[in-house]
Design a protein around this ligand. Structure first.
Ligand code: M6R
Length: 618
């Protein structure tokens, strides 16, 4: 949830840390702070608000140190204040700490430390952890012990008593040029550079310095110096690190002329879809193939149920996938909120294969649900965008999305890529069962055409911007669709509310008359998804019910639909397409509509209030 970056090397640390924090700001933006080791002590600057607010404070300090760390916060314990911002320094001035996660037993640790004379300036669990490290650091029998091991040992001892989740970076005042970092449940990546070492909660903060990275695992503690790094476990066993290469470069995480990352990522979708499907169709062109499932075709065929788990936008992609698998493969599929599944103890068919979907691969609710399924003996495959993420590593196998970094908090290209993977999975499973060769080839052709259809849909951008201007003043909106377009309606409503703060709800179009219709008046417009085919007349009837109550209608409508004259106040045409591709293409107009409405209202599109890109706390 929070952004973390640490640096030890030969260059000035503060500018590098600030640059890293800006790239991580989408992870949390309630406050930001920096601490460097300078002149034998810590110099700390922290400020509520964005990294931009912090920059002048840091500039005033004229920091020359090449050793430090920084943090962007998404508040959990304690309000949004300068005092609660990270880094925290222990009351004896010996230890500085930044932290992502929640220390659940902080109250009892705090009580213990207070009795020992430690004092606290903030309301945070992080400051408690910081003082606990200082306590163990002070207690170590120093004589004869190298400072390095004393420092690492103190962190290990503290963490053995810490319940909850953490990704931390620690500095000790008498260990200049060293960082200790550890994780449990919150991602951390080491960057191994030329005479410099970095640690960050996301590759985006590292990739401008080095493409050589090590993904730290839960329960590991790393010790970094400019020229070296070692990893041990909490039990002090040595770990042999695996150095991975990041495949994308810094320009992938830059705006490149767009006003916002969300806008850039919407327009990147044709290319993103091409990247997602590259090399994933069989030579005979009748089915999909995936490299990393780690499950043989025979085993796949033996499953009689599929269970999908995810949160937010990714769950909407799972809901479309459910529909397509049931349609193409005739196998029952369940979708669940990961956060609910984990605690509900649902009776499960033993012949069930699990899937999780998560752009970040770090969403704690999804991760915990996956662990619960695995604990019960089920295999779990993961669909993720972030390579090396915790969910990707812990899953039995999976499918990477390959859409590059998604920086905007509102998910766009990751969603359509998940829809594409869902359709490919449905095809793959269908072709193992009753789906014919010719149906398979038709679906493959349709999926291959998706990038061009999305390009066509994107051409409506100016038209949609005009609609956005006309509707931005409304306070409520409904999004209505049927079949695969119902989850797209949910996604449209989520997009609008998260970046514009307009209240929006998604419903199956026919369900609207069972309650939400009470909201309809000239002040509550409805966005309808209309496609030609079996549902057309029924959706038109729902539109008429809205019109009869003076509700305005924006219709996202496939070219082949002939809507009754005057029924829709606004029409956004999309190309006719195969049902496997329709949800992808129908999503584009509502992404653009939400984006332009948010811009019209002057919202902070890429960093909407109260949100963060990946939610790593429960
Ligand atoms: O990284 P994940 O895909 O697991 O994230 C899941 C949700 O937090 C995410 O989709 C969220 O709903 C987005 N802000 C939606 O735009």
């Amino acid at each position: 949830m929070c952004g973390i970056v640490g640096y030890v090397g030969k260059n000035k640390a503060a500018p590098l840390i600030l640059e890293g924090l800006k790239r991580l700001e989408y992870r949390g933006y309630d406050s930001a702070g920096v601490a460097v080791w300078q002149d034998g002590g810590f110099t700390v600057a922290k400020k509520i608000g964005r990294v931009a607010n912090l920059e002048p404070e840091v500039a005033k300090l004229r920091l020359s140190s090449s050793y430090g760390m920084g943090h962007t916060r998404w508040a959990t314990h304690g309000g949004v204040t300068d005092a609660n911002a990270h880094p925290h320094v222990s009351s004896d001035g010996k230890i500085a700490l930044i932290h992502n996660g929640v220390i659940e037993n902080y109250a009892s640790i705090k009580k213990f430390l207070a009795a020992k004379g430690y004092t606290f300036k903030s309301e945070t669990d992080t400051e408690v952890l910081c003082n606990a490290i200082a306590y163990h650091y002070a207690k170590e029998p120093a004589p004869g012990d190298p400072t390095e091991s004393r420092f690492v040992t103190a962190v290990r001892k503290t963490l053995r008593h810490a319940e909850g989740t953490y990704g931390i970076v620690v500095m000790a005042v008498d260990a200049p040029g060293e960082l200790v970092t550890a994780r449990k449940g919150s991602p951390l990546i080491l960057g191994i550079g030329d005479g410099e070492s970095l640690v960050a909660s996301d590759v985006a903060a590292i990739v401008s310095r080095t493409q050589n990275v090590v993904y730290l695992k839960d329960g590991e503690v790393a010790h970094l110096t400019p020229k070296n790094f070692t990893i041990t476990t909490l039990a002090a066993a040595d770990v042999s690190p695996v150095i991975d290469k990041v495949t994308w470069s810094i320009s992938d995480a830059e705006l490149n002329g767009y006003a916002h990352f969300m806008e850039k990522e919407i327009f990147e979708q044709p290319q993103a879809l091409e990247n997602t499907m590259r090399g994933r169709f069989s030579e005979d062109g009748s089915t999909a193939q995936f490299g990393g499932l780690n499950i043989s075709a025979n085993e796949f065929r033996s499953y009689e149920r599929f269970q999908f788990l995810a949160c937010g936008t990714a769950l909407h992609a799972c809901m479309v996938t459910e529909h397509l698998i049931e349609r193409f493969a005739r196998v029952p599929v369940e979708c669940d909120y990961a956060s609910e599944f984990r605690y509900r103890n649902t009776p499960l068919d033993p012949n069930t294969l699990f899937f999780t979907m998560s752009q970040s691969g770090e969403t704690i609710d999804t991760l915990a649900a996956m662990r619960e399924a695995k604990r019960k003996g089920y295999k779990v495959l993961a669909v993720n965008n972030v390579v090396g993420s915790t969910i990707a590593r812990e899953a039995d196998g999976g499918i990477y999305q390959h859409v590059g970094p998604e920086v905007g908090v509102a998910s766009t290209k990751a969603f359509t890529s998940q829809l594409l993977i869902g359709a490919m999975l449905a095809l793959y499973i269908g072709r193992m069962r009753d789906l014919s060769f010719s149906d398979g080839t038709e679906i493959v052709q349709a999926l291959k055409g998706a990038p061009d259809l999305v390009r066509t849909a994107l051409k409506q951008a100016d038209h949609i911007r005009g609609i956005a201007r006309r509707y931005a003043h409304h306070r409520d909106m409904l999004f209505l669709g049927r079949m695969t377009l119902f989850p797209v309606a949910l996604e449209g409503a989520l997009k609008l509310k998260e970046i514009s703060y307009i209240h929006a709800e998604g419903y199956p179009a026919a369900e609207m008359k069972h309650g939400p219709i009470a909201l309809i008046s000239e002040h509550c417009p409805s966005v309808f998804f209309v496609s030609s085919g079996e549902m057309f007349n029924k959706v038109v009837s729902s539109m008429q019910e809205i019109k009869a109550r003076k509700g305005q209608i924006i219709a996202v409508c496939t070219d082949g639909c002939k809507l009754p004259e005057g029924l829709a106040d606004e029409v956004i045409p999309i190309p006719e397409c195969h049902e496997a591709v329709l949800p992808i293409v129908a999503t584009i107009p509502v992404q653009l509509l939400s984006y332009y409405i948010a811009v019209e209202l002057g919202r902070d599109v890429d960093k909407p209030r109260n949100l963060a890109k990946s939610v790593t706390v429960e």
